[in-house]
Design a protein. Structure first.
Length: 75
């Protein structure tokens, strides 16, 4: 019976070690992912969003100018 108990304790210890290693890896990878998002993705999205807003503003200005040039339509 004690041999069985020893095997169970050994298996439990191996399992706990494996879980701890996986947890450590996940924590490290999560931190790396967050750093990548903050350092690379967020600035790129902000830059592209700013450019898109400037283009939209320019096109809206052109549309407003066009509408003003057309003047009121007669029915």
């Amino acid at each position: 019976m004690s041999d069985f108990r020893g095997k169970v304790e050994e298996a439990s210890a191996r399992f706990n070690k494996s879980v701890a290693e996986v947890t450590e890896t996940i924590e490290k990878e999560s931190a790396d992912l967050l750093n990548f998002l903050n350092d690379e993705v967020v600035p790129a999205v902000r830059q592209q969003s700013s450019q898109a807003l400037r283009i939209a503003a320019e096109k809206l200005t052109r549309l407003a100018n066009y509408m003003e040039e057309q003047g009121p339509r007669q029915k």
